[in-house]
Design a protein around this ligand. Structure first.
Ligand SMILES: Cc1cc2nc3c(=O)[nH]c(=O)nc-3n(C[C@H](O)[C@H](O)[C@H](O)COP(=O)(O)OP(=O)(O)OC[C@H]3O[C@@H](n4cnc5c(N)ncnc54)[C@H](O)[C@@H]3O)c2cc1C
Length: 393
């Protein structure tokens, strides 16, 4: 068995691993060798390829809002940031906004979230029922007290394109991608050894776990740490609607059902109720979610959706952090040179730019230089201090 050496090994080379690799390689103060180990180089099953690929500022926690404010800035300027040999990546960013709706009992939560979002500089408007009706005439607001709409800075994009843009840029800067599964990790003295499914091994100073829903918890276990990150299936359904609905945003119904335009049609989904949301690794689409929850909700909320033509559907997996629905980012107390970017619970694609930058800073300089990501540190689990996010989609 041959052992190759690197300064940094990243396990998982989808959007998060590639963002970290790329932004570390872009730093002028880091000239170490970076190797990314990716078990599925065709990216068929990773969340990054199966995502709804949307970005919002409408979170309830400051750190998530700040991460997405950087995220949108990054996506708007991706052409300059990730150009390779004169070719600029295109990710079709469409800033159509999210529209969160609240029933009267939840209006105060919407108001307090909105106040925080505005304070941090997010461009979110608060609309009462009448204002909603005149702005979105196709919307049924009978049971709705108010809604918040992202006027800019929120929308959707080509998520697969973002992942590939990071990967291409990383490779152009000398990052090596190895197509193999990391099967064992071990700390030996000051170095980590990573054994792989191809029979080879890597030795490195720093190890980053970006293995997502399919492998993140296993990699942690190999390092001797248990994380409450579970693989939870989420299904996305497509449909066409005959009517043209102007200025359609990414609409979130009070019951959690979401829908947004995609091409000439729409995509939609909903999280299962907690008692019907077991750990899962299969990709079987649960069509009962569409028939029993999503379609009745949408047909009530947008009467034009009473007559839709269902299309294709697919399933992917959230790396769901059951502790508080937020990611674990950064180092792990007691385990030297082991970094996590895991547990994104459905919002990791939009967080990839800021998290990639943050982990790159941490590895290169030992601290966060721009945005302090320590509120998402793993130590909050030991302190039993969840960072609860109220706007989980
Ligand atoms: C249906 C759905 C809708 C979503 N919608 C949104 C959205 O609108 N907005 C948003 O921001 N986020 C959304 N997300 C979440 C987002 O897609 C994820 O948070 C993000 O893609 C996570 O990226 P990642 O690189 O951490 O993990 P992944 O994309 O899962 O990648 C992990 C990679 O690690 C590899 N791997 C695993 N184990 C090993 C191992 N042992 N050795 C080597 N490689 C390994 C895997 O092959 C995989 O490629 C959605 C997710 C789903 C499933």
């Amino acid at each position: 068995m041959s052992i190759e050496t690197a300064d940094v090994v990243i396990i998982g080379g989808a959007v998060m691993g590639s963002s970290i690799a790329c932004q570390l390689a872009q730093r002028s103060d880091f000239d170490g060798r970076i190797i990314v180990v990716e078990a599925d180089p065709a990216y068929e099953i990773c969340a990054s390829a199966r995502s709804a690929a949307s970005i919002r500022q409408q979170f309830s926690s400051a750190i998530n809002i700040e991460i997405s404010l950087f995220g949108i800035e990054y996506l708007r300027t991706i052409g300059e940031r990730l150009e390779v040999n004169g070719t600029k990546p295109v990710i079709d960013l469409h800033e159509g906004g999210y529209l969160f709706l609240a029933i009267p009992e939840k209006e105060d939560i919407l108001r307090s979230n909105h106040a925080l979002q505005q304070e941090l500089g997010a461009d979110i408007a608060f609309f009462d029922r009448e204002a909603l009706k005149s702005r979105f005439p196709w919307l049924n607001v009978e049971d709705i007290a108010a809604g918040c709409h992202g006027l800019s800075g929120e929308g959707w994009f080509d998520g697969y394109g973002l992942m590939q843009a990071f990967r291409r840029k990383a490779r152009s800067l000398g990052v090596t991608y190895v197509a193999a599964k990391a099967t064992e990790i071990r700390r030996e003295g000051a170095a980590w050894t990573v054994r792989m499914s191809n029979g080879e091994a890597l030795a490195c100073g720093a190890l980053v776990n970006c293995a997502g829903a399919s492998g993140g918890s296993d990699i942690c276990r190999m390092a001797g740490v248990e994380v409450p990150v579970h693989s939870r299936k989420r299904c996305v359904f497509t449909f066409d609607c005959r009517e043209t609905l102007a200025n359609f945003p990414l609409l979130i119904d009070p019951n959690g059902t979401y829908v947004r335009p995609e091409g000439t049609g729409f995509i939609c989904g909903v999280s299962p109720t907690p008692d019907e949301d077991p750990d899962s690794t299969d990709f079987d689409v649960d069509y009962s979610l569409f028939e029993e929850t999503i379609w009745p909700t949408l047909a009530t909320r947008v009467p034009a959706f009473e007559a839709v033509r269902p299309g294709q559907a697919w399933a992917g997996h959230y790396d769901m952090n059951l502790f508080d629905h937020n990611a674990f980012i950064g180092d792990v107390p007691g385990i030297e040179n082991f970094y996590l970017a895991l547990g994104f619970s459905g919002h990791g694609l939009q967080q990839a730019p800021a998290v990639g930058r943050g982990i790159a800073e941490l590895i290169a300089t030992g601290r966060y230089e721009t945005l302090d990501l320590s509120p998402l540190g793993f130590d909050r689990l030991a302190r039993n201090k969840p960072l609860l996010e109220r706007n989980v989609v």
